[in-house]
Structure formats: structure tokens, C-alpha cells
Design a protein around this ligand. Structure first.
Ligand SMILES: [Zn+2]
Length: 163
């Protein structure tokens, strides 16, 4: 193999690596966080933080965090919610939720990454019925008028999952 040819091959290899790395970085940027429980990419407007198994964990949505509690039979304490309409951080003590509306960000994200497994997930989805958080009760009521579902203080829904 001539030297020029070796150099050309080397250059191609370097470019391929660079392209791969750039692609990986782009993937990291668009999927910066994954749910602790279900590994779905976390939607910025349903991000939920909860203490589970002795540490602070990130969940894709409140429904997923509360399902974790039900499945593990151990206390999962939600410490932070995200307002679905603004992306603002909310304290669980003051937040209101709409449960079971026609909007489920997790189901949507899941379809995109895992379309062929959808059929299996229809039977049970830990993120359904969806739970969306709001700062104000009136925002939650307004949302439920358009998308259905039940409006509840977050505290109440957390207590109902703890049973
Ligand atoms: Zn999840």
C-alpha cells in the first residue's frame, strides 16, 4: 500500500470517527436525560424528581414516579414537578394535576423511539393514565376542559397511589 493511500484511509477513518462523535453528541443533546424507571427520554415539561431507593431520581412524568411506588411497594416521595404549560419547577405540595387527559407525553415519545413494541405496551403502561402538573388550579381546570381528565391537588393523587 502506498503512503498516499494509507494517508487517505487514515483521513477517512478520522472523518468517520468525527461524524460518529458529532452524531453521538447530537443524540446526547436531544436526549440528555432518561427516566430512572422506564428509560424513556424525559420530556422537559413533565420532568419529575422523586426520592426512591435512598436517592434522588429523575422520572419522565409524575405517573411513572407514582407507578414506581406501587410496583416496588416502597415509599417514593415526589420532591419536584414541572408545569406542563410553562416548564417551570413546581413544589408538589402546591401543584395541581390533571389525571387521565388525552395528552400523554411519554406515550408519544415512546412511539417515536420504539414503534414496533407499541402493541405489547398497550396492556400496561406505567405512564398511563397520564398525570400532568400545573401551578394553578384554574390552569388545570382550563386544560381539562379541552383535553378531559380529572383535576386534583397533587397531594391527593400521591396519597391515592400510596394505598
Ligand atoms: Zn418513566
Amino acid at each position: 500500500m502506498g503512503r498516499a493511500r494509507q494517508l487517505a484511509l487514515f483521513a477517512i477513518a478520522v472523518m468517520a470517527l468525527a461524524a460518529g462523535y458529532a452524531g453521538w453528541r447530537a443524540y446526547q443533546r436531544t436526549h440528555p436525560e432518561q427516566c430512572y424507571a422506564c428509560q424513556r427520554p424525559i420530556h422537559a415539561h413533565s420532568r419529575t424528581v422523586a426520592t426512591a431507593k435512598g436517592g434522588s431520581r429523575l422520572f419522565c412524568c409524575p405517573a411513572c414516579a407514582l407507578s414506581e411506588q406501587r410496583q416496588e411497594g416502597k415509599a417514593v416521595r415526589v420532591t419536584e414537578l414541572t408545569a406542563v404549560n410553562s416548564g417551570a419547577k413546581l413544589s408538589p405540595n402546591d401543584a395541581y394535576v390533571v389525571k387521565g387527559s388525552d395528552v400523554n407525553m411519554c406515550a408519544h415519545a415512546h412511539e417515536m423511539i420504539d414503534a414496533d413494541k407499541r402493541a405489547a405496551d398497550v396492556h400496561y403502561d406505567r405512564c398511563a393514565p397520564s398525570i400532568l402538573a400545573f401551578a394553578q388550579e384554574r390552569e388545570a381546570i382550563q386544560f381539562s376542559r379541552e383535553h378531559g381528565g380529572t383535576v386534583l391537588p397533587f397531594r391527593e393523587i400521591a396519597a391515592s397511589y400510596a394505598k
